[in-house]
Write a protein that binds this ligand. Structure first.
Ligand code: SAM
Length: 388
């Protein structure tokens, strides 16, 4: 067979010609469930709007946001002109507008999720039947149950998958698939492909219809710290002699005991460790070397914004302490942007269609994913909620 020609595909006993359709030449099959208009999304646990920037770049329109942290609300409002709603427990699910995509970097409360599992097996009250155990993941599940958006994107720490020997993740997956009927894909992505930071997060992408989805490909190698460092950062970010000595002593002690990595001293050629929400405490996980004659310094809030992939015009209206907390809690924008674009593209494809649709003869060949059925459970029937 000449090079470059595809082997004809076999369909039963018939040999027919096959060609792979390019993404852009796909016909517009909506099956009544895809959206070719601007997809509407909601931004739950929105923090400072990492999901919002990503989904707006992918062509989405934000319909609703929620975060109860007043300082995150200040940053969000300064950047998007809208103050997020507060505690999600106090938002009536019916007051949330209809949407196509639900986005949530929900805080992880695995113990209460594990609690639900145990209670389920003991046949006791669980989840929404028990106000105290009301869990933020189940708030998300409840909104999915009520609004049935075409898709969702959830983000969490990598350990969600292994917590409680995998039971927490199993309950989350079972709820999304068996209970709510979504087709779900998950992947751990390390943001160092797009920013100079090792940051592994798990993403769960789900579709109401049984759709094929592929997480986007990111570059093998990302940028180095030199790409985000300020040329002349203010002196206040340089560690005092006292703190620098303390960190070195602490690291020595722990190294001798065989634990921990101590501080993380890096320069422009390196990539940083994960920026945490507690970076404001001593900044020890990412210290920028300033040569042998000067103490290292911590990152400035603007550098943290860049380290998380935020655009240069991101307004930082809060104190350094709050800014470090907010960026340390955030998503890496270009990672979510890649996922957002892939989700929107997938929603615009025919249901069941694989990304590389194959034409067999005159017919589009699609491999069917099973239509998921839903198994209602009582914990997704919440008690009436107070209005905001
Ligand atoms: C991991 S952060 C998400 C950050 C966000 N994805 C971003 O890019 O900035 C979780 C957020 O959930 C918020 N949160 C926690 N409990 C909440 C609740 N009951 N109602 C609303 N927001 C809540 C926290 O204030 C925090 O900003």
């Amino acid at each position: 067979m000449p090079e470059g020609k595809k082997k004809p595909a076999k369909t039963g006993n018939t040999r027919q010609s096959t060609r792979v359709l390019k993404e852009d030449s796909l016909p517009n099959h909506s099956n009544g469930s895809s959206t070719h208009r601007m997809p509407r999304f909601i931004d739950l646990f929105c923090g400072i709007g990492g999901f919002r920037i990503a989904f707006e770049r992918a062509g989405g329109k934000c319909e609703f946001s929620s975060d109860w942290d007043k300082f995150s609300q200040i940053t969000y409002e300064a950047n998007f002109g809208e103050k997020p709603h507060g505690d999600i427990h106090h938002v009536a699910v019916a007051d949330i507008p209809a949407h196509d995509i639900l986005c949530a970097g929900f805080p992880c409360q695995p113990f209460s999720i594990a609690g639900v599992s145990k209670k389920l097996s003991l046949g006791r009250k669980h989840g929404f039947d028990d106000e105290k155990q009301g869990n933020l993941f189940f708030e998300v599940a409840n909104i999915l149950d009520y609004h049935r958006p075409a898709a969702f994107v959830l983000e969490n720490v990598k350990n969600l998958r292994s917590h409680d020997q995998g039971r927490t993740f199993e309950i989350i997956l079972n709820t999304l698939t068996d209970t709510l009927g979504y087709t779900v894909y998950s992947k751990i992505i390390d943001a160092q492909c797009v920013v100079p930071q090792h940051r592994e997060r798990i993403f769960l992408v789900g579709f109401r219809e049984p759709r094929y989805f592929e997480f986007p490909d990111f570059p093998e190698e990302g940028p180095r710290l030199s790409s985000i460092l300020e040329i002349d950062p203010p002196a206040k970010y340089t560690l005092t002699d006292h703190l620098w000595q303390y960190l070195q002593n602490y690291a020595k002690k722990h190294k001798a005991a065989g634990n921990g990595f101590g501080f993380g001293l890096v320069d422009g050629n390196d990539i940083a460790r994960t920026l945490s929400a507690r970076y404001h405490k001593d900044g020890s996980e990412i210290l920028i070397s300033q040569g042998p004659d000067k103490n290292p310094r911590r990152l400035t809030p603007r550098e943290c914004a860049r380290l998380m992939g935020y655009p240069s015009d991101m307004v930082i209206p809060v104190s350094d302490t709050q800014a470090y907390r907010q960026f340390g809690n955030s998503v890496v924008v270009p990672v979510v942007e890649g996922i957002a674009r892939a989700v929107v593209k997938t929603m615009n494809r025919p249901v069941h269609a694989r990304p590389d649709l194959v034409l067999v003869g005159d017919n589009l060949t699609t491999v069917s994913l099973p239509k998921r059925t839903r198994t209602p459970v009582s914990y997704l029937k919440p008690p009436p909620k107070r209005k905001v």
